[in-house]
Design a protein around this ligand. Sequence first.
Ligand code: ZN
Length: 335
Amino acid sequence: MDDRPLTAPHWSEIVGHSRVVSALSRAVVADRPHHAYLLLGPVGLGKMTVARALAAALLCETQRDGACGACPGCSKVRQGMHTALHEIVPGGKSNTIQVDQIQEIQRKLSYRRLQGAWRVVLVDDAGTMNETAQNKLLKTLEEPPEGTVLVLCALHPAQLLQTVRSRCQKLSLGPVDDDALAAWLVNTHGAHAGAARAAAAGSQGIPGRALELLDMETAELRQVRLRHMIAALHGDEQAIAEQIRAVDRDLSGCADAFVLLQELLRDAMVLASESGARRIHADVDARVGQLQGLAPAHYAAWIDRIEVVQEMLSRNVHPGALMEDVLLRMTGRLT
Ligand SMILES: [Zn+2]
């Protein structure tokens, strides 16, 4: 599929799967990878990420223990332009891998390779190959061109012919533990700790599922934050107190809240101008268009003022006090 991100991940960027990762990494360091691997596990577990990390490690030009991310080899892998890396993915109406895709790769593999360099073929969703396609691929598995590593990814071994399976080294990926997943969501995807824990817990150890849940969790949290902030801007005393309390000792939370305020002010400007321009939070109700206690003429000035307040945050000013001052003034409680 075209929307898959192209990456040249280092082994250390993979969450979980340490047993498989260390086996593959050792094989690369020893310069003795198996000629064909079969990575097994459910959708979203990270099979193709592991496969790409293996490809990147083999094609990195500066180091053996995982892609450096910076050399010409790594950057070509990332741009999807490395001539020694081939990816076969299902396509067409049937979303399967066709025999002509296998033929095309075999044609490319028939070219002479650079002396000592590896060539890698990744087959995503290999289980979507019909018998003809699998038998075609079998030829390459039986007589692999020198210096070629094939990685087949599949949900279940039974999707593949016994003859194909037996030519591959099978590596099963297991679920990733919740703590590792939650830490990964926080460190790599910028998730809040609470949302990350909830997403990890519901994911059954599948990173792709955890990411989907995180998106939902984040969308829900965002709605709640928006509702509370809008209520505060409409002068709801309890909501104002809650906003102040929430950011009281939390610099980055306070900075986020000020960004949200600026976005709401921009949306209010858009609504007030009736220009029909797109709002940032188009899904929240239009009440944001009439901010109580604040005339539309002052919206732009407030956006600038919050910019200044943001700078004060970096100078160790008490976040709760800043938020209090801003909200009380914006709602006309303090002049
Ligand atoms: Zn590199």
